[in-house]
Design a protein around this ligand. Structure first.
Ligand SMILES: CC(C)(COP(=O)(O)OP(=O)(O)OC[C@H]1O[C@@H](n2cnc3c(N)ncnc32)[C@H](O)[C@@H]1OP(=O)(O)O)[C@@H](O)C(=O)NCCC(=O)NCCS
Length: 374
C-alpha cells in the first residue's frame, strides 16, 4: 500500500471584505425600501413586511463578523444586492482560475514542487463558474501541468472529496502528485435579500498538493492516515440553479436559484451525523480521540463547530485545539476546513495527529486523519 500525504497548502484571500455592520446596513435599507414600496399591501394585510437584520444576531448565531468577497461592488447597493464583475472574454483567464492559481502556486512552493512534478489538477468546489472547458484544465494550462484535470462538485465537502480522490489515484499509481484546488466564490449563490442566509458566506480559494508520503518534503507535510466519505440525501440546503433552468424561463430568476437552507434542521441533523462519523472513523483507525492534537473542522457556524468538537473530544476544546476562521472569513464552503488547516497546523510536532473534517450540502461529510511528517 502506497502511503500518501498533503505536502503543501495555499490560500487566496480576496482583498475586499464586508463587515457585518456594512452588510446589515445595506440589507436594512433594502428592507426599508421594500416595505415602503409595498406599504398599502402591508397595511391591508395582503403582504408581510420584511424584518430587519442585526449584527448582534449574526455574531451570536454564527460567529461571523466579517467576510472576504471577490466583488464588493453591487453587494452593498440596496438596488442591486448581488456582486458585480465585468464579463471576461473567452481569451481571458476566468476569475475562478485566477484565484485558484494564487492558492496553487503557494501550495506548490510550500510542497517544494514545480508544475512539472504534478500529474493532475482536481478543482473541487460547491459551485463552478461554467461546465466546460473545465476550470481544472484552464489551470493546468496556465501553470504548465501536463497530465489531466477535471472538476467535481461535492458541496461544502468538495475539498475532502477531492483530497480522497487524489490520494486514491496516487496510491493506485495513476499520478505522482495532484493539485486539489477549491475556488469557492460563495457570494455567487448567496441571496443578499434573504435575512436567514445573507450573512453566511464569503469567498476564498484553497489548494493542496497530494503526493506519496515518502516523497513529501514540504515544510508542513502531513501523512494521510485515513480518509472516509459519507453522503445522505437532504433538501435542507439546496440550490436549483443549472442549465436546465432555461426550460422554464418564467422561474429563472426565482430565489431557489440561489442557496436556500433550513438552518435549524441543518444544525440539528448535521451535528450528530458528523460527530458520529468522525468518531467511527477514528475507531476504525484505532485512534483514541484523546490523541488528536487538532481538529480542523468545516467552518460552518461557531455553535455547530463547538458542539461537534465537544462530542468528538468528549470535553470542551482547549484554546486553539479546534481553530476557527469564521469570524474573519465567514463560511467559505469547502475552503473553510483547509483555511483552518493551512493557518493552524505548522506549529505542531512530527508524529502529531490531527483530524480534518468537512460537512455540508448533500448532505456530505469528509473525514481525513493526518499525521505530521518531520
Ligand atoms: C442559520 C442559523 C445561523 C440561524 O440561527 P438560528 O438560531 O437557528 O435562528 P432561527 O432561524 O431559528 O431564528 C431565531 C430568531 O432570530 C431571528 N432572525 C433570523 N435571522 C435574523 C437576522 N439576520 N437578524 C436578526 N434576527 C434574525 C428569527 O426571526 C427568529 O426570531 P424569533 O425567535 O422571534 O422567531 C443556524 O440555524 C445555523 O447555523 N444553522 C446551520 C446552517 C449552516 O451552517 N449551514 C451551512 C452548511 S453546513
Amino acid at each position: 500500500m502506497i502511503r500518501t500525504a498533503i505536502s503543501g497548502t495555499g490560500l487566496y484571500t480576496p482583498p475586499a471584505s464586508i463587515s457585518n455592520a456594512e452588510l446589515v446596513h445595506a440589507y436594512n435599507e433594502y428592507v426599508r425600501r421594500y416595505n415602503a414600496a409595498h406599504h398599502e399591501a402591508i397595511i391591508s394585510g395582503a403582504m408581510h413586511p420584511l424584518l430587519k437584520s442585526s449584527d448582534e444576531f449574526i455574531f451570536k448565531a454564527s460567529g461571523i463578523r466579517n467576510r472576504y468577497v471577490i466583488a464588493r461592488e453591487g453587494m452593498l447597493d440596496p438596488e442591486v444586492m448581488c456582486p458585480r464583475l465585468p464579463e471576461r472574454g473567452n481569451d481571458e483567464m476566468s476569475i475562478s482560475a485566477e484565484i485558484s492559481i494564487v492558492a496553487a502556486r503557494q501550495a506548490l512552493e510550500a510542497a517544494h514542487r514545480a508544475p512539472g512534478d504534478i500529474d493532475g489538477v482536481i478543482v473541487a468546489a460547491s459551485i463552478l463558474q461554467r461546465p466546460y472547458p473545465q476550470i481544472a484544465i484552464e489551470i493546468q494550462a496556465a501553470l504548465g501541468v501536463s497530465g489531466f484535470g477535471f472538476d467535481m462538485l461535492a458541496g461544502c465537502s468538495s475539498a475532502t472529496f477531492g483530497i480522497q480522490t487524489a490520494a486514491d489515484m496516487i496510491a493506485q499509481g495513476h499520478a505522482r502528485a495532484i493539485l486539489c484546488i477549491n475556488p469557492e466564490i460563495c457570494t455567487s449563490h448567496l441571496n443578499l435579500r434573504d435575512r436567514e442566509t445573507h450573512f453566511i458566506f464569503g469567498d476564498a480559494a484553497t489548494a493542496c498538493v497530494i503526493e506519496r508520503a515518502q516523497h513529501a518534503d514540504g515544510d508542513n507535510a502531513w501523512e494521510i492516515v485515513g480518509t472516509r466519505l459519507k453522503s445522505i440525501y437532504s433538501n435542507n440546503i439546496r440550490n436549483n440553479f443549472g442549465p436546465m433552468n432555461r426550460f422554464t424561463p418564467e422561474t429563472m430568476g426565482a430565489s431557489d436559484k440561489l442557496i436556500t437552507q433550513k438552518g435549524r434542521k441543518v444544525f440539528k441533523e448535521v451535528v450528530p451525523m458528523v460527530a458520529e462519523f468522525m468518531l467511527e472513523h477514528l475507531r476504525e483507525l484505532d485512534i483514541p480521540p484523546a490523541s488528536l492534537k487538532r481538529l480542523w473542522l468545516h467552518q460552518a457556524n461557531i455553535n455547530m463547530n463547538d458542539l461537534i468538537a465537544r462530542k468528538v473530544l468528549g470535553r470542551s476544546p482547549d484554546h486553539g485545539e479546534a481553530p476557527n476562521v469564521l469570524q474573519e472569513y465567514g463560511n467559505t464552503s469547502s475552503a473553510g476546513s483547509i483555511i483552518a488547516f493551512h493557518r493552524f497546523g505548522d506549529d505542531l510536532a512530527a508524529a502529531d495527529l490531527g483530524h480534518l473534517c468537512s460537512f455540508g450540502a448533500g448532505y456530505t461529510a469528509g473525514s481525513i486523519v493526518l499525521k505530521k511528517l518531520g
